[in-house]
Design a protein around this ligand. Structure first.
Ligand SMILES: NC(=O)c1ccc[n+]([C@@H]2O[C@H](COP(=O)([O-])OP(=O)(O)OC[C@H]3O[C@@H](n4cnc5c(N)ncnc54)[C@H](OP(=O)(O)O)[C@@H]3O)[C@@H](O)[C@H]2O)c1
Length: 334
C-alpha cells in the first residue's frame, strides 16, 4: 500500500511517500481502507517535533474515515463495507481518560491514517453518519469530537446559553454548528473581514473581527448587556485567556481547548474573584464519539470543509495548514 511518513532525515524535509505491506487484522481488530483524512493544528506540532513518538518514521494524521476491508477473529461489531472513522484515543473507551489511554494517539505516538489501509482495534472503529461523505466523516475524530466535548459533555450547554467561539478553524466551526443545534446563541470572532462575512452569511448575528477590535472582550460584554457569555470554547490559549476571563459571566465556564495564539502569561486571579469554572479537555472517548454521531445524524449536521487535497499533494495540505486562513477543515482524499 501507499502511505505518507514523516521522516526526520527525508531529503525533501520531512514528508516522504512510501510503499508498505498492507496490514492484516489480528484478533479483535479491523483493517480499514481509508478514503479520506483531515488535518488538525496538532499535525503541525507533530511535524515540528513538539508532539512526537520516538519512532524515526511515523505515518501522520489522527483523523480519517473509510470502509472496513477485513475483520479479525472475534469481531462481531463490524462487517466489510461498513463506513467508519478511527478514534483519536483508541484506548479511551468511556469514563475519564487515563494516562495509559492518553499515551496511544494515532498520528503522534503511533502510526496514523495518511495511508491506504489502517489497522484498528474494532471498538475504536466508530460507525459514521450515512449522510456524510468520507471527506466530511474524516473531520469527526478530533475537531468535531473536541467541539462536542467542550459544548455538551463538559460545557453542558443549554438553549438559554450564549457561547463565545474563537476563530474559524476546525474546532470552532464544528462548535458553531453544534451550538446552534442546541439552540444556544453564538458570538463568533475571527481575524479576517472576509471570514467574518462568511460567518454572517452562515447566520451568525454576533460576529467580532478581533484584529480590528483587539479589546474584543468589551464587544462581548456589550453584546450581552454586560453579563458575559455562559461558555467560552477557548482555542487561543495564553494569547486570549485573559480576555476570555473578562468576557465570561461570573460563574461561567471556559473550556480550555487550544493555544493557537502562541505563548504568554496569564493572571489566574479572575478565576477566583469571578468564580469561573476553567476546565481543560483533550478530545473525547469512544463513547462520546458514538453519542456525537447520533446527534450529528439526527440533526443532519455537516462539517465545514475549506478544501479537499489529493493524496499525492499531502505536503500541500501541511503548507496550507501552516499558512492559516482556512475556513473549517483541510481534507485529503485517499
Ligand atoms: N484539547 C483538545 O482536545 C484539542 C483538540 C483539537 C484542537 N485543539 C487545539 O485547538 C486549537 C484549534 O485547533 P484547530 O484544529 O481548530 O485549528 P485550526 O483549524 O488551525 O484553526 C485555528 C484558528 O484559530 C484562530 N486563531 C488563531 N489565533 C487566534 C487568536 N489569537 N485568537 C482567536 N483565534 C485565533 C484562527 O481563526 P481566524 O483565522 O478565523 O481568526 C485560525 O484559523 C489548536 O491549538 C489545537 O491544538 C485541542
Amino acid at each position: 500500500m501507499q502511505a505518507w511518513q514523516i521522516k526526520p532525515a527525508a531529503a525533501d524535509g520531512k514528508l516522504a511517500k512510501v510503499s508498505l505491506p498492507e496490514p492484516e487484522p489480528g484478533p479483535g481488530e479491523v483493517v480499514v481502507r481509508m478514503r479520506a483524512a483531515s488535518f488538525n493544528y496538532r499535525d503541525l506540532l507533530v511535524a515540528d517535533n513538539v508532539y512526537r513518538s520516538k519512532a524515526t518514521a511515523l505515518i501522520p494524521l489522527s483523523d480519517g474515515a473509510g470502509e472496513i476491508a477485513k475483520v479479525g477473529d472475534g469481531v462481531s461489531r463490524h462487517r466489510p463495507g461498513d463506513r467508519v472513522a478511527g478514534a483519536f484515543y483508541p484506548d479511551w473507551i468511556r469514563g475519564s481518560i487515563s494516562e495509559s489511554a492518553r499515551a496511544r494517539s494515532p498520528g503522534a505516538t503511533v502510526d496514523g491514517v495518511l495511508a491506504e489501509y489502517v489497522r484498528l482495534p474494532a471498538h475504536a472503529a466508530i460507525g459514521v453518519p450515512d449522510h456524510l461523505s468520507f471527506e466530511e466523516a474524516a473531520t469527526l475524530p478530533c475537531a468535531a469530537l473536541t467541539a462536542w466535548n467542550a459544548l455538551v459533555e463538559t460545557g453542558r450547554t443549554k438553549a438559554s446559553d450564549t457561547v463565545l467561539l474563537q476563530g474559524s478553524g476546525g474546532v470552532s466551526m464544528m462548535a458553531l454548528a453544534m451550538a446552534r443545534m442546541m439552540g444556544a446563541r453564538v458570538i463568533h470572532m475571527s481575524s479576517d473581514e472576509g471570514r467574518c462575512r462568511r460567518l454572517r452569511e452562515l447566520g451568525v448575528d454576533c460576529v467580532i473581527d478581533y484584529k480590528a477590535k483587539p479589546d474584543w472582550d468589551r464587544e462581548v460584554m456589550a453584546m450581552t448587556e454586560d453579563r458575559g457569555v455562559d461558555l467560552v470554547v477557548e482555542v487561543g490559549g495564553p494569547a486570549t485567556l485573559a480576555r476570555s476571563m473578562r468576557a465570561v459571566r461570573v460563574g461561567g465556564t471556559i473550556v480550555s481547548v487550544g493555544f493557537v495564539g502562541g505563548g504568554g502569561t496569564v493572571d489566574p486571579r479572575p478565576i477566583i474573584s469571578r468564580a469561573i469554572r476553567l476546565v481543560g479537555i483533550t478530545v473525547g472517548s469512544c463513547d462520546m464519539f458514538e453519542a456525537m454521531n447520533r446527534a450529528i445524524l439526527q440533526a443532519r449536521l455537516r462539517p465545514v470543509i475549506d478544501r479537499t487535497i489529493g493524496f499525492e499533494d499531502a505536503a500541500e495540505g501541511y503548507r496550507q495548514l501552516r499558512a492559516g486562513g482556512h475556513f473549517g477543515k483541510l481534507v485529503v482524499t485517499i
